[in-house]
Design a protein around this ligand. Structure first.
Ligand code: ZN
Length: 180
């Protein structure tokens, strides 16, 4: 299905899908697009897979500069960048490697950066019920950089703040100073 659509797209932009360099492109594109959207077949509970541990004290935990690659749902063009996630435990912590995997589960779907930021926070809230959770994402959007207004340096920053990160200015300040 995806292969056929890709073949037709190549044809409709005026290219020749039968020339050598393009012969296997529909096949490669189909494989690539499935990989870039693999997040639809994943869920957080199987990613976490029980890696939740008791933790008495409750200092802020920050995972900084998590690389991600996503596709903008408006143009099906890539956007990519770094996500930083923090939470304040409420008796439970999560295996550190799980947070980048949750970020990438949501990144590998059709997205807008605002929703990606929010979904990461909401998922961590659901799993850990922490005292607070925050996510800040810096993204470069190919749909802005390669087309339209072509603002090549433009970087989009989105933040989502829940719990103490929202209600306590000092906590919020600490988060932003750690990730900057
Ligand atoms: Zn776009």
């Amino acid at each position: 299905m995806i292969e056929r659509l890709c073949y037709e797209m190549i044809e409709s932009i005026g290219e020749d899908p039968s020339r050598e360099g393009l012969l296997k492109t529909p096949q490669r594109f189909s494989k690539a697009i499935k990989e870039l959207t693999v997040g639809y077949s994943q869920n957080a509970d199987s990613i976490v897979n029980g890696a939740i541990f008791e933790q008495a004290d409750s200092e802020m935990i920050v995972v900084k500069d998590i690389e991600f690659y996503s596709l903008c749902e408006h143009h099906l063009l890539p956007f990519f960048g770094k996500a930083s996630v923090a939470y304040i435990p409420n008796g439970k912590i999560i295996g550190l490697s799980k947070i980048p995997r949750i970020v990438n589960m949501y990144a590998r779907r059709l997205q807008v950066q605002e929703r990606l930021t929010e979904e990461i926070c909401t998922e961590i809230s659901r799993i850990l019920n922490p005292k607070g959770v925050a996510c800040s994402i810096e993204g470069f959007h190919m749909c802005m950089m390669m087309r339209g207004i072509q603002v090549q340096s433009s970087k989009m920053i989105t933040n989502s703040l829940h719990g103490l990160f929202k209600s306590n200015p000092l906590t919020r300040q600490e988060f932003f100073s750690v990730i900057k």
